[in-house]
Write a protein that binds this ligand. Sequence first.
Ligand code: G3P
Length: 218
Amino acid sequence: MKIFLDTADLGEIRRAVEAGLIDGITTNPSLVSKVAGSKDPKEIYREICETVDGPVSAEVVATDKETMLVEGRKLAALHDNIVVKVPLTEDGLKACRTLANEGIRVNVTLCFSPSQALLAAKAGATFVSPFVGRIDDVSGEGMQLIHQIRQVYDNYGFDTEILAASIRHPMHVVESMLIGADCATIPPKVLWQLVKHPLTDRGLEGFLADWKKLGAEI
Ligand code: G3P
């Protein structure tokens, strides 16, 4: 499964790139507004694209098709790694179709149902982003949606990639893998939780204590 980092924070991105753990980046207007300050968001997207050799999702902020197309073409022109993110609305699907026809990769975001995911695939989306955590937030079962989309896409042979999003904890990642999601976009905090296991720590402590008794060096 591909791992994308769900952040616009360059410090966190560099840390994950150094560890060779990520295949791409997803951002959204909220994540960008957290780090932008007075910086032009286009500059932030460029820097991220220079740092990560993989898809970098950058979201349009317009709500009508024509302005989404203008913004989407501008974003795509920033760097080859850019994937244009559009919301799963009627105008978003129309913009997706047009951009896909122009050879621009599109990530259709804010997906909350299998029928929405079907329409994103039919509109030519490269990625669809079902929001698992936000469904859990309203007492729903977010992972059920990943299951359903996987079944729908496999039933009809769609090659749109399922990008599990709004990931809140390591079990969302584990279940996404077991279901067969193509990618998961993970906040930095959750990525580093994936590394941790108490038995690993205890095992290492034991090895080092035994070696210390030896008083030897490698
Ligand atoms: O970037 C899209 C998505 O992963 C954000 O989810 O619910 O953590 O804001 P959330």
